[in-house]
Design a protein around this ligand. Structure first.
Ligand SMILES: [Zn+2]
Length: 118
């Protein structure tokens, strides 16, 4: 089974790697992981940034070897992509469903976790 993340990369999760891959300040989604012996990127953890993906990735330096990244115009679009990655890959580093930003009524495109009264 090969499921594509649809993200850019992988890049090295280092300050230089982030600097060369992420030039802009943007909402975004990232996947952390490493290559398996067959040369496939293994997703271990996914996350998002509502405003500055670059700063968020810098905070994750040291937690894994490689990252993939996607840029989004809005935090909501980044959230929906994060949910899709969470459901597609069941990353071992994500024990709970991605959370929506405070004060929003965003819903997961894949499941009913945020539906109330059901
Ligand atoms: Zn969901």
């Amino acid at each position: 089974m090969t499921t594509k993340t649809g993200l850019l990369g992988p890049y090295r999760l280092t300050f230089d790697g982030i600097n060369s891959a992420v030039a802009r300040q943007s909402a975004g989604v990232y996947a952390l992981g490493s290559m398996d012996p067959h040369g496939n990127f293994r997703v271990k953890h996914v996350g998002r940034a509502d405003s500055d993906i670059r700063a968020t990735l810098c905070e994750r330096i040291g937690s894994d070897v490689l990252f993939k990244v996607g840029f989004f115009a809005t935090a909501r679009a980044a959230f929906e992509k994060e949910c899709e990655l969470f459901h597609d890959f069941s990353p071992p580093g994500n024990r709970i469903h991605p959370g929506r930003a405070k004060g929003t009524n965003w819903e997961c495109p894949r499941c009913k976790i945020f539906k109330t009264g059901s």
